[in-house]
Design a protein around this ligand. Structure first.
Ligand code: DGJ
Length: 738
């Protein structure tokens, strides 16, 4: 096995974290400041090429507390650092702000000590990348201290032996006798020298998640984040810093991803000499954490990836790490079942007969799991009631023997049975709200904002989490259930908890997320056999934090194939295909009213974890035959799609086409998808070139029997089919290595 090394060079006062792919180098500079020296492609050893250049700059303060004559050539204002303080000489975005007992907001953490561990210490109560064996990684813990505050910060850096990954997190400890307040604490800071860089972010909205935006970093602050209480559709907690020249297949890329599902912040700051700083972690807006003497606070984890093989190289590293060392449980590597979900077929308007009719049609098509979506509990006939009442709506499914009867019927058809929950919410019109109105997040004497006619439960309160746990386990213990769709359909307003003191209200949003993690950890531990899928009005909480508990996530409430091509393309930059569920919906599409052929809809959905979300009874015989073919195709290639290597080939955000490729780890099995968006009166001939094949291997087109060498498919490329008429057409080619 390859090794990860962590070296402390006493003479040079540097730390060098190194494996065969990457190096991460820090130094202890004058005044015991922990400086950043290098992160990138592995180097064998460091001999001072990035040591700080002494240079006097106007308006740049010099080091406070230095013994003897102050060096006017040395200033934190431009010094690349690992964890910058506030109001103590560096005017760029700080990594940490603490409000002391006297109200001061200054922080200045200096190097104190270091320790190295084999493996990776566990972050209690938080999602994280893990190791299975302590040989897989090494962890460096560097302690910094602010003597005035009597506070310590421990910076954790884990380097995996075989991955171009460094995970980072921060622990703050109060060693003083006073309470203080953490007003900001970054999970990571990354300073880089002057460089012409772009940043790629993944903004969006409901039905429109993870769009790909690339922009030039300019002097000043460029910031991405969420203050919605969830990682959100609106800005994914993942960004990529790239050289202006980096492409999909070449150049350097630095991925920064938070393993976190709540409010987040990525602040890029290009300073006045064009150096770049990134600071990222829990969003500082609305955050404040009271830290008592001897207490500590642990930040969420950040996953830093380096690639010198372009964006695809970076994505490969994330796909493998998230699939292999963030996702857990017995479904981690299991082929995921093909789903039929009743939501877009019936919405709330179903009964036992309607569901049985869907089952009767779906089972012979080869569908493997039925998911009963929203509407089976309380008095839930619409979205104005019953969230929080997780007991069966007995009269709705009475004729079919209730949920248990339905579960038996589904199982009798050799299908699995799944059920929808929205555990974090409460309707005003619910028994739970009648009994515990204070369970909803609210500020006394301030009107409460509704959204989708519901409120958010105060999951920062353990008794609220416990109430929902008891209700859910009562159902799950009684009804045989194979899968849960965990939904979350509104964001936080009036963020205030009845049980926290006035000066702890800034803790609510983070405590809420810890409450969510606690509940899902409890449920996944108690029911390891249940496959759980995250969802939040579609892909509103598509993040590495939820992936630690749920091996798959509903990618978007947009089931329109044209929109989905872009959403799925954008999602793959940071997340593996095994995490990304995709369903074929009816036409006209419920969200866009667009008509796209069943073939293209199938091809788009079969590029993820596949399923259907339509009324199968309304399909014509011809359509049913095609659905059967799609299902048979998916079953044949499912493992390759869900667990093979995935590469983006053509970008739908910048062209009229999209293309992507799945390759098995040994290069022997290849699947290529090509999509043309809009048709043209003079259709251009387009060529798709493949990547990562064996150059002198012979690849056979499974449909035509034509034979091509890998290098021909990669460097010459094949024409795409120009003959299909109309907009949004697709072509799938499959090859095997002879
Ligand atoms: C939002 C989800 O994204 C949909 O798939 C569906 O489950 C509805 N909620 C149900 O209310």
């Amino acid at each position: 096995m390859a090794k990860a090394d962590i070296i402390f060079d006493q003479a040079q006062q540097i730390f060098h974290l190194r494996n065969e792919k990457i190096s991460y180098i820090m130094g202890i500079s004058e005044g015991e400041i922990l400086t950043h020296l290098y992160f990138g492609r592995r180097i064998s050893s460091y001999h001072g090429t990035r040591d700080y250049l002494r240079y006097e700059r106007g308006l740049s303060p010099n080091l406070a507390g230095a013994p003897g004559q102050v060096d006017r050539h040395y200033s934190k204002d431009v010094l690349p650092q690992e964890f910058a303080g506030n109001q103590t000489g560096d005017f760029r975005s700080p990594a940490i702000i603490i409000k002391a007992a006297d109200g001061a907001l200054a922080t200045d953490f200096r190097y104190d000590s270091w320790e190295v561990f084999a493996g990776k210490p566990e972050l209690v109560g938080l999602p994280q990348a893990y190791v299975k064996d302590t040989n897989e990684a090494q962890t460096l813990a560097i302690t910094l201290k602010d003597k005035t505050l009597q506070a310590s910060v421990i910076l954790y850096y884990t380097i995996y032996a075989e991955r171009a990954v460094i995970t980072r997190s921060t622990q703050v400890i109060n060693n003083s006798e006073n309470i203080f307040y953490i007003e900001k604490v970054a999970s990571l800071q990354l300073d880089m020298p002057k460089r012409d860089m772009d940043v790629i972010s993944f903004p969006g909205s409901q039905f429109h998640e993870r769009q790909v935006e690339r922009q030039k970093l300019r002097q000043g602050i460029t910031e991405f984040g969420s203050r919605r209480g969830a990682s959100s559709h609106h800005m994914n907690p993942f960004v990529i810093a790239v050289d202006a020249t980096t492409t999909e297949q070449s150049g350097e890329a630095y991925g920064i991803q938070l393993v976190y599902s709540g409010n987040h912040q990525f602040t890029f700051e290009k300073d006045y000499i064009d150096q770049i700083r990134l600071v990222s972690g829990i969003n500082e807006d609305g955050f404040s954490w009271q830290l008592k003497p001897n207490d500590h606070f642990q930040s969420p984890e950040a996953i830093l990836v380096y690639s010198d093989a372009g964006l695809n190289g970076m994505s490969q590293t994330y796909h493998h790490l998230l699939r292999e060392r963030v996702a857990r449980g017995q479904h981690q590597y299991q082929d995921r079942p093909i789903v039929i979900n009743n939501w877009e077929a019936t919405y709330f308007d179903f009964n036992a007969q309607k569901i049985e009719d869907i089952l009767d049609e779906a089972a012979p098509l080869g569908i493997e799991m039925f998911v009963l979506d929203d509407g089976w509990f309380g008095q839930r006939d619409d979205d104005e009631r019953s969230l929080g009442d997780w007991y069966e709506y007995t009269s709705k499914l009475a004729d079919g023997g209730g949920l248990r009867g339905l579960s038996e019927k589904v199982h009798a058809k050799n299908m699995k049975f799944g059920l929808w929950f929205e555990p974090e919410m409460i309707s005003k019109n619910s028994d739970l709200y009648q009994q515990h109105p204070d369970y909803a997040l609210q500020i006394p004497n301030r009107p409460m904002s509704l959204s989708r006619d519901q409120y958010v439960l105060d999951f920062s309160r353990p008794e609220v989490v416990e109430n929902i746990y008891q209700q859910m386990t009562a159902i799950l213990d009684r009804v045989p259930i194979d899968y849960i769709k965990w939904d979350m359909n509104r964001h936080m307003t009036e963020v205030h908890s009845a049980i926290l003191s006035a000066d702890q209200q800034g803790e609510v949003s983070h405590r809420y997320i810890l409450g969510v993690y606690n509940l899902v950890e409890g449920l996944t531990t108690r029911y390891p056999e249940i496959l759980m899928e995250g969802c939040s009005s579609g892909g509103g909480r598509f993040d590495a934090g939820m992936l630690y508990y749920f091996p798959q996530t509903w990618t978007s409430d947009s089931t329109d194939a044209a929109e989905r091509i872009k959403i799925q393309y954008g999602t793959t930059f940071g997340y593996p295909v095994s995490n990304m569920t995709a369903h074929v919906a009816a036409v006209p599409n419920p969200q866009t009213q667009r008509h796209i052929s069943l073939k293209t809809r199938g091809d788009v959905a079969s590029s993820g974890v596949f399923g259907y979300e339509l009324n199968v009874q309304e399909l014509t015989q011809g359509e049913k035959d095609l659905v059967k073919e799609q299902i048979a195709f998916y079953k044949k290639h499912r493992h390759l799609i869900q667990f093979g290597d995935f590469y983006r080939l053509k970008n739908p955000f910048t062209s009229n086409e999209a293309a992507w490729e799945f390759v098995s780890p040994d290069g022997s099995d290849v699947l290529v998808y090509h999509f043309r968006m809009l048709a043209s009166g003079q259709q251009p001939f387009t060529i798709t070139k493949l990547v990562n094949l064996i150059p002198d291997g012979v690849y056979v087109d499974q449909a035509t029997g034509e034979r091509f060498t890998g290098d021909e498919l990669m460097y010459v490329g094949r024409y795409d089919d120009p003959t299909q008429a109309g907009d949004y057409v697709s072509q799938v080619r499959s090859y095997y290595l002879d």
